[in-house]
Structures are given as C-alpha cells and as structure tokens.
Design a protein around this ligand. Sequence first.
Ligand code: IMP
Ligand code: MG
Length: 178
Amino acid sequence: MTPPDIDRVLFTAEEVDARIAEVAAAIGERYRGKDLKLIGVLKGSVFFLTALARRIEIPVKIDFLAISTFSARPGSPGVVRIEKDLDEPIEGQDVLVVEDIVDTGLTLRYLLRTLAGRGPNTLGICTLLDRASRRLVEVPVEFRCFEIGEHFVVGCGLDHKQLYRNLPYVATLRRPDS
Ligand code: IMP
Ligand code: MG
C-alpha cells in the first residue's frame, strides 16, 4: 500500500530496476579486467548499491563510509566530516563512489578530495538520481540512472526524517517541508 504522505511516483520499481540493470551493464563494460570497488555512502546509498552490485557481471569489492554534514552558522555551507571510515585501503584500485542523489555536489566534492589522497587508480561517481539544477560545485558524475527536477523525493534509499528509504520506487512527498 502507498503511504498517505506519498504524492506522486516519479519512477516505478520496474523502471528503477530496469535502469539499474542498464547502468550495471555499462559499469561492467567500463571496468572489465579492472579491480573495481564500490563505495557506498551510508545510509542513503545502501539500497541502490546492493541493487546495482547484484546486476554487475564482473567481480566487485564493496566498502562503506558514513559522513555527517553540519553548518557552523544557519544558512552557511555545510562542513562534511567522516563518521565511519572505509574498512580497507583503496590504493591502486578502481573506485566508484555510489550515491543516492547528487544535489549541490558539496558532499561529494569533499569525499572525492579525501579519497583521491589515498591513491586510487581511478575515482568515479555513480548516482541513482542527479539534480543538476541545484549544483553549487562541479563534480564528475560518470554514471547516473535518472535526472530529476527541484522536488524533494523519497524511496530507493532516500529518506524524509529517516522514513521511506525502503520504498521500491522514487516518489515526491505531499508535505515535503513538514
Ligand atoms: P549534496 O549533493 O552535498 O547537496 O548532498 C546530497 C545529500 O542530500 C544526499 O546524499 C541526500 O542525503 C540529501 N538529499 C538531497 N536531496 C534529497 C531529496 O530530494 N530527498 C532526500 N534526501 C536528499
Ligand atoms: Mg546521502
């Protein structure tokens, strides 16, 4: 049953699954013969990362990190901090950071800078959703499943106050700012 707060389904579970399979195939081609590691950013990317990894037909390693963002003053840009670091080094590996959504790009810019300092062979981004219209800093997104507009969305890992991550579709909320 659809939760009452859900307004409009943007991408159905079938559409999400089909698109993930396409992107997984592209990743498999790009990284064939390489030492691919998917890095998930907790918690939002977990659902997308596992769905993606199941469809990738080359060997992959998986690791996770958790970050928090806080503002020194209300309205000032967020400062990003690593709350849980990767378990393993990434030196010499082909790393794909897997995200639920790239919005302003600030989180990823920080992450990419940090990870680049650890000497990976390559470092790329794969995101379920790309909201390019809100980008404040340029980040290289190699793989994206869907572009979306301004609306706040939930499902497929994306939450509102920690709810709705488990919805198998991407949808807008009836009261996004409550
Ligand atoms: P940014 O690219 O640094 O602005 O950060 C993007 C992060 O903000 C994502 O990883 C999400 O956790 C969160 N976020 C941005 N837009 C949405 C949305 O529409 N729904 C849920 N979370 C969002
Ligand atoms: Mg996130």
